[in-house]
Write a new protein. Structure first.
Length: 117
């Protein structure tokens, strides 16, 4: 049995799955992404290597999402901000769904610090 198989069985990604779900629930509740962010910061240190990438992704998605929202809101004065808000929401959803997909396969999130989809 490989080391990767051992770490996968000791932590199957349930916490990171919960974080992604909290992020997505934020579209309804507004507050749950903050809970997910706190969880990501707390659990990342003790996580197996393949899950660390998911915690990093969750942290980056939160802060980059906040930056994108601020930029979009500022640009709503010239109308393009409304379009950018839509793009930001799509970006946020895609990053979370991709994370859930990789967790279900037991794989790390590829390039969690990227700015794109």
């Amino acid at each position: 049995m490989s080391d990767n198989a051992l770490t996968t069985t000791s932590d199957n990604g349930g916490k990171t799955t919960a974080i992604y779900i909290l992020y997505l629930a934020g579209f309804v509740t507004g507050i749950t992404p903050i809970i997910g962010l706190i969880m990501a910061y707390v659990f990342q240190d003790d996580a197996p290597e393949w899950l660390v990438s998911h915690y990093r992704n969750a942290i980056h998605v939160f802060w980059k999402g906040c930056l994108y929202i601020v930029i979009s809101l500022v640009l709503t004065v010239i109308i393009i901000g409304a379009f950018l808000l839509l793009v930001q929401m799509i970006w946020f959803i895609v990053r979370c769904v991709k994370g859930l997909h990789y967790i279900s396969q037991g794989k790390p999130y590829p390039n969690p610090q990227s700015w794109g989809f």
